[in-house]
Design a protein around this ligand. Structure first.
Ligand code: NAG
Ligand code: CU
Length: 332
């Protein structure tokens, strides 16, 4: 009785301090559960696939080193890595109930040199974006954002490791950005993965960025004001960061994962700001259509079901709608 009462008292103190913010607290892969770092527990003895972070506070400056893997994001004394197959989904779970329903969801990978990511400084890595979702429908002021979808999916977000990613050791960086006030609030956390059964599509120079470096404090995607007159009618939101990496050719347009509810076309990648001066020998493809490939079903890796899902439930051929968890089924 006393124990329960003091537990409640303790958690209400924590909630008062941190209720409006948070981060990724756990992950699941193929039915296996992985605890993340617990920022409000003592770091001593904590062991996790997640890189340590120290508070629920957001990052509100795109130039700080902690934008890579939060504060401080260096590997822990008992740092773990878990393995995942290319083509397999990983779900990140935020604290319940995630409080911010306006903003994008983004997932990045960065390959580590050598045989492990443990000890590798996240600021030295080159990151590529494997999933993005922004304004799913409606206007900047009143539309449906990916962050609201994340909340509706049990405050979780599922990203599939692209099948073409080369085998190796990676950091995966899940991020949500909250736009309800400015400066925008960035919430990144990283975990260590060993990707097996990979492919051969190394990211192109034009797809690689650093954190910090990938975003600027003046990016339209970080400075958009939801409360202006224009926001009432504006239906275009430019997701920050580099062009999306897909298993197609660099620069080819392919709808991002989990954006199948979007009625507006994705911003053509060729219009994205240059992130690094590109010396890539392969120019961006401009011939492929920017329209979704078909309307005959949900695309590969798109969502096709789950609690709260109101979008398409039939997958484009030859994909099968597969239950990942109660809140997320995917065409794979
Ligand atoms: C919802 O997320 C929590 C973790 O935040 C998890 O324990 C629970 O199993 C999830 N529920 C479903 C149905 O996936
Ligand atoms: Cu917050």
């Amino acid at each position: 009785m006393f124990a329960a009462a003091s537990l409640i008292a303790l958690s209400s103190v924590v909630v008062t301090q941190v209720a409006a913010h948070g981060g990724v607290l756990s992950y699941s892969i193929g039915g296996n559960w992985f605890w993340g770092w617990q920022p409000y527990n003592s770091p001593v003895g904590q062991t996790s696939i997640q890189r340590p972070w120290s508070s629920y506070n957001p990052i509100q400056d795109a130039t700080v080193p902690t934008l890579a893997c939060n504060d401080d994001g260096t590997s822990g004394a008992l740092q773990l890595t878990t393995s995942i197959k290319a083509g397999q989904p990983i779900t990140a779970y935020w604290n319940q109930i995630w409080p911010h329903n306006t903003g994008p969801m983004l997932t990045y990978l960065a390959q580590c040199p050598g045989t492990t990511c443990t000890g590798v400084n996240a600021n030295t890595l080159k990151w590529f974006k494997i999933q993005e979702a922004g304004l799913l429908s409606g206007t900047i002021a009143t539309g449906d954002w990916a962050a609201a979808q994340m909340i509706a999916q049990n405050s979780s977000w599922t990203t599939t490791i692209p099948t073409c990613v080369p085998t190796g050791n990676y950091l995966i960086r899940f991020e949500t950005i909250a736009l309800h006030s400015l400066p925008a609030q960035m919430y990144p956390e990283c975990a260590q993965l060993s990707i097996t059964n990979g492919g051969t599509r190394a990211p192109a120079a034009s797809e690689l960025v650093t954190f910090p470096g990938a975003y600027s404090n003046t990016d339209p995607g970080l400075t958009v004001n939801l409360y202006t007159q224009e926001a009432q009618t504006d239906t275009t939101y430019v997701i920050p960061g580099p062009p999306l990496y897909t298993c197609g050719a660099p620069g080819s347009s392919q709808p991002p994962v989990a954006s199948t509810t979007s009625s507006k076309p994705v911003t053509p990648t060729t219009s994205s700001k240059p992130v690094t001066p590109t010396t890539s020998s392969k120019p961006p493809t401009t011939t492929s259509s920017s329209a979704p490939p078909s309307t005959t079903g949900v695309a590969h890796y798109g969502q096709c079901g789950g609690i709260g899902w109101a979008g398409g439930v039939t997958c484009a051929s030859p994909y099968t709608c597969t239950v990942i968890n109660a809140y997320y089924s995917q065409c794979i």
